[in-house]
Design a protein around this ligand. Structure first.
Ligand code: Y12
Ligand code: CO
Length: 173
């Protein structure tokens, strides 16, 4: 399946995703193609809406201590529900749909998650650190929320100005 990353300010990114009900080979094709485009774009997390599929699907492949992203670390998360959250942490986040921009974002430090895997089996996960941040970033995508929405009014204005400028320069090349 050929996929393309949808970039801000495309309105597609504001769509709310719907639950997956059928766990078939079409879903597996989408998950496999999401993995390919995420890895070839140097990403560590991707939600299906970022490739124009408004389904409650996200994948994560966080780097290990050596900065490697072995496929064994891949987590496929379908129909996630955050059931508990606690603490506070700040991390400089980036997003494949907002290329070239990284901003400090405040999130919950720890969470518990219930989700389904590619076969529809229900799983639970306790997350903290980068995994917890990445899950919150991607779960936000399923509601049409981007990390830049969490910036203060002045940071957001600065971002919009710089992003527009960067886009114009990109078009000129
Ligand atoms: C912590 C915070 C946020 C996440 C969400 C997943 N984010 C990413 O995977 C972002 C990747 C990214 C990659 C980029 O491309 C390159 O570095 C080549 C990029 O573009 C540029 O910097 C030009 C932007 C973001 C998970 C965990
Ligand atoms: Co993102």
């Amino acid at each position: 399946m050929k996929l393309k990353i949808v970039e801000y300010p495309d309105k597609k990114l504001r769509e709310k995703s719907v639950k997956v009900e059928i766990f078939d080979s079409k879903l597996h094709d989408l998950l496999d193609s999401m993995y390919e485009i995420m890895m070839s774009s140097n990403g560590i997390g991707l939600a299906a809406i970022q490739v124009a599929h408004a389904k409650e699907i996200l994948i994560l492949n966080l780097p290990d201590e050596d900065g490697e992203q072995p496929k064994e670390n891949l987590i496929e998360i379908i129909n996630p529900v955050i059931t508990e959250k606690s603490g506070e942490t700040v991390y400089q986040e980036g997003c494949l749909s907002v290329p070239g921009f990284y901003e400090d974002i405040k999130r919950f430090d720890k969470l518990k998650l219930t989700y389904q895997d590619r076969h529809g089996d229900v799983k639970t996960l306790d997350a903290d650190g980068l995994l917890s941040i990445a899950i919150q970033h991607e779960v936000d995508h399923l509601q049409g929320i981007l990390f830049i929405d969490k910036l203060s009014y002045s940071r957001r204005k600065k971002f919009e100005k710089e992003y527009k400028k960067a886009q114009k320069e990109k078009k000129r090349q």
